[in-house]
Ligand binder design. Structure first.
Ligand code: NCD
Length: 451
């Protein structure tokens, strides 16, 4: 399924921190004269498969490829493709990401779809946004812009504001901010808080600890009466761990990253009093050096009168999309090499395979419950051991699996029963309940049944 050696960008985790830094330096070179690089990818073809609306992402990718001297083929309107006839994503990318194009950029409404494309295409695949899951190239642009503005990421206090639940740009950006040791202050629109699995991962993988604080501590964020969570890294040589936002020096906020309500992913919720940033709010002393960021499109979250304020950098974020994506594509196509080492694991590697009848991803927006339901193998990763939790390898949503079976004996046990230690890790199969294990043809261990 997966060609050996190719690099995909499905999640921001697919690039190591050193690679990201090196790509920033390459983007600087490209940016110095955007017109000087038409020899870099001459003869290469990029396919953009966009099954959801896009302006900046698709056009900046296409502009970047043309500036590198390559060509572009595009399917930007799903009604004119064979998707509308019911063709699967797997079949489409097998063909497009085979002989038609040397690299594929995909945007898809279902969480985890980019990973499907990466699995079935023999050429590199770039995630241009998969449902509410991730948007790693937007994160590269966001991080690059912030880095250019502030000279560093480490130690910055960054507010993430708005629809944190469905904004894929927020999820990828939060992982990157935590990795580069910035502090994250979340100010969600009530009911649209950061998904639990994102917060859990920030804690587990990056040592970020969470505390809930009263929104009174962040006055000016109109429409938020529920609470803000302050997340900060507890690793050594980081900012001290705060337990309450009121103890935090928020006198200087380095950046506010605003997002629109992702209405296309809502279920008819009424949006009233969505946070909005205006000139009045930026008058506060704490906002003196703030950078106002937004992945765009803006709907009504930032007053137009702020556009000329030097602290508003959202149009710069969009403009930097071209040199940043030039650097990324030149790298993925092998036209430039990086000295940095790749990450140890990449998100398109297979995880744990599950028997029919075993757990399914509980995210109804996941591609394994959507267009891939009939053909995708269920695939999870073990993300925590006590008690075991598995994360869907496609959309990253997590489930607790309190029963563990052996793929060789077809016996299962409670996760903390002694026999579990004797099952080799590669033979362990995880279940949410005893009923689920039985449905998958596993037998209850005698010890457990007797207890
Ligand atoms: C974002 C997206 O599509 O996730 N847009 C973008 O790519 N710049 C943000 C959004 O649509 O709100």
């Amino acid at each position: 399924m997966k060609a050996g050696g190719k690099r995909d960008l499905v999640s921001i985790d697919d690039l190591s921190s050193d690679e990201i830094r090196e790509l920033f330096r390459r983007a600087d070179e490209f940016r110095a004269d955007l017109r000087a690089w038409t020899h870099v990818c001459r003869g290469s073809i990029m396919a953009t498969l966009f099954l959801e609306a896009s302006t900046r992402t698709r056009l900046s990718f296409e502009s970047a490829m043309l500036r590198l001297g390559g060509g572009v083929i595009t399917a930007a309107d799903v009604t004119t493709t064979s998707f509308s006839k019911g063709e699967s994503l797997a079949d489409t990318v097998r063909v497009v990401g085979g002989s038609y194009a040397d690299i594929v950029v995909i945007r898809h409404p279902q969480d985890g779809a980019a990973r499907v494309a990466a699995q079935y295409a023999s050429v590199p695949v770039v995630n241009g946004g998969d449902g509410s899951h991730e948007h790693p190239t937007q994160t590269l642009c966001d991080l690059y812009t912030l880095w250019r503005e502030k000279g560093q990421i480490e130690g910055l206090d960054v507010v993430l504001c708005g629809d944190l639940r469905y904004s894929r740009t927020i999820h990828s950006f939060a992982y990157a901010l935590a990795r580069f040791r910035a502090n994250i202050i979340t100010v969600p629109y009530p009911g649209f808080e950061m998904p639990a699995h994102v917060i859990e991962r920030l804690a587990r993988d990056f040592g970020v600890s969470t505390s809930i604080a009263s929104v009174r501590d962040l006055p000016g964020f109109a429409g938020n009466d529920k609470g803000a969570a302050y997340l900060t890294s507890s690793r050594p040589h980081q900012l001290a761990l705060f337990t309450k936002l009121s103890e935090v020096d928020v006198d200087h906020i380095d950046a506010i990253y605003m997002t629109r309500a992702q209405r296309e992913r809502h279920h008819g919720e009424t949006i009233e009093g969505y946070p909005r940033i205006d000139r009045e709010m930026l008058k506060s002393e704490r906002m003196r050096d703030v950078r106002l960021m937004h992945p765009l499109p803006r709907v009504d979250e930032i007053d137009y009168e702020l556009d000329d304020d030097p602290r508003a950098i959202y149009f710069r974020q969009a403009a930097f999309g071209v040199p940043m994506r030039m650097a990324l594509m030149a790298f993925l196509l092998g036209a430039i090499e990086l000295d940095a080492r790749p990450p140890e694991h990449v998100s398109s590697e297979p995880g744990l395979r599950f028997p029919v009848g075993g757990p399914r991803c509980r995210n109804d927006r996941c591609v394994t419950n959507g267009e891939g339901r009939s053909y995708l193998p269920l695939d999870f990763r073990l993300v925590a051991e006590e008690p075991p939790r598995v994360g869907c390898a496609y959309c990253s949503a997590e489930i607790e699996t309190r029963f563990v079976g052996s793929a060789t004996s077809h016996c299962f046990h409670a996760w903390n029963a002694p026999p579990v230690r004797r099952i080799r890790p590669e033979n362990r199969v995880y279940f949410e309940s005893a009923e689920q294990a039985r449905a998958a043809g596993f037998q209850e261990d005698a010890e457990l049944a007797g207890s």
